[in-house]
Ligand binder design. Structure first.
Ligand SMILES: NC(=O)c1ccc[n+]([C@@H]2O[C@H](COP(=O)([O-])OP(=O)(O)OC[C@H]3O[C@@H](n4cnc5c(N)ncnc54)[C@H](OP(=O)(O)O)[C@@H]3O)[C@@H](O)[C@H]2O)c1
Length: 263
């Protein structure tokens, strides 16, 4: 993994507050860490209480800013509404929202149950809508900004990823409409998109900080004229390769005799 150094002013987000679903791990943990390193306080949201609280403590310690961890499920609007109340009670406002909670696994359509398909749509698409719904009044007050984390899977047809492709396509559509409907009220909505692939025009793997720095840009005043769009941070790779599987599994694994587990 290559790494990058921030070129942004360390206090660019002083006085601001971020609300981040999925911030207890992975990419969104890295995003919230960078937001905090640039002056933000934050609330992070995930299902596992112990995990989200320990991640919040780590983030506070690492950045010197305050992070609170709130447990809940993005599939349940009331848990997000409660989390927003706690965040505003703690910090007084919400300026930045990251809808990053998601679920994924590899499965061919032939082995994918209706329930597995529905669950991914509920976490990714409905969860992003719930995150918007629970936070939009606060964003209107601060003229804030929302970022949904998406993927490039559905830009082409990616085998084994029908469920996430459908879910993220829904997120793409939702973010565009939020950007258009709430632009007049001073709220910007965008997507930050990444995907791991093997064929990368820039010839190096990305780091989580590459995504995090793009988030800083999108939340910063430098992006004040950017809304209802997607910023892909993948070294150019979605143009050149299938995101998952590639030529080793396609088409042989989908012919009779190829087998996948039932999910
Ligand atoms: N990793 C990749 O290669 C990749 C590629 C393209 C796009 N993305 C996108 O980037 C984002 C982060 O991915 P990641 O791989 O870093 O994920 P990750 O480490 O698996 O983190 C997912 C987070 O979402 C939370 N979460 C999952 N279901 C939830 C629910 N129902 N309610 C509340 N929180 C929930 C999880 O916490 P709990 O388990 O505690 O709930 C976890 O902290 C996702 O939107 C993903 O689609 C990732």
């Amino acid at each position: 993994m290559s790494s990058t150094t921030s070129v942004f002013k360390p206090d660019v987000f002083a006085g601001k507050v971020a609300f981040v679903t999925g911030g207890g791990s992975g990419i969104c943990y890295g995003v919230v860490k960078q937001l905090m390193a640039h002056g933000c306080n934050a609330a992070i949201f995930g299902r596992r209480k112990a995990n989200i609280e320990s991640a919040a403590a780590e983030l506070s310690k690492a950045t010197g800013k305050k992070c609170i961890g709130i447990s809940g499920d993005v599939r349940k609007l009331d848990t997000l509404e409660e989390a927003v109340k706690k965040t505003v009670a703690e910090f007084g406002r919400i300026d930045f929202v990251v809808a990053g909670a998601a679920g994924n696994f590899l499965a061919p359509l032939a082995g994918l149950s209706a329930n597995a398909f529905k669950t991914v749509l509920e976490i990714d698409t409905l969860g992003t809508y719930h995150t918007f719904k629970a936070t939009i009044d606060e964003l209107c007050k601060t003229k804030g900004s929302l970022i949904a984390i998406s993927a490039t899977l559905h830009y082409t047809a990616t085998p084994l990823q029908a469920h996430v492709s459908a879910a993220k396509a829904g997120v793409d559509a939702l973010i565009k409409v939020i950007g258009v409907e709430y632009g007049p009220r001073g709220v910007r909505a965008n997507e930050l998109v990444e995907q791991h692939t093997r064929q990368i025009p820039l010839q190096t793997y990305g780091a989580i900080d590459d995504i995090a720095h793009a988030a800083i840009y999108l939340f910063s005043p430098a992006a004040r004229y950017v809304t209802a769009t997607a910023l892909v941070v993948d070294g150019g790779s979605w143009h050149t390769s299938q995101s998952v599987g590639g030529s080793e599994i396609y088409p042989a694994a989908f012919l009779p005799g190829g087998s996948f587990p039932k999910l």
